[in-house]
Design a protein around this ligand. Structure first.
Ligand code: FE2
Length: 94
């Protein structure tokens, strides 16, 4: 988990700042999903498990929001995302 932004934004070119912020936000959301799922798996309290898993799912929505914004700012990422999908389909035959 991040206590602070793990990149020095003062070193980032102006045109890349928002993309780097969005990538960092995506990492933070993915990390949050793992943390909530791990805590839910460890707890024996049913109510707490339900709430933790609900919040984990909300984090997935947050990740999707940041990803959507990133894709609007980074056309190369859109291209590479499609490329990755194609490679997996080709590799796995589906
Ligand atoms: Fe979140």
């Amino acid at each position: 988990m991040f206590g602070q932004v793990p990149i020095d934004l003062s070193q980032v070119k102006e045109e890349n700042i928002d993309k780097e912020i969005l990538r960092t936000a995506i990492i933070a959301e993915l990390d949050a999903i793992n943390v909530y799922e791990q805590m839910a798996a460890r707890s024996k309290n049913t109510d707490l498990k339900i709430v933790l898993m609900d919040i984990a799912n909300e984090e997935k929505t947050h990740m999707g929001e940041f990803l959507e914004l990133l894709l609007r700012l980074d056309p190369q990422q859109v291209k590479e995302l499609a490329e990755g999908k194609g490679e997996i389909e080709e590799l796995l035959g589906k």
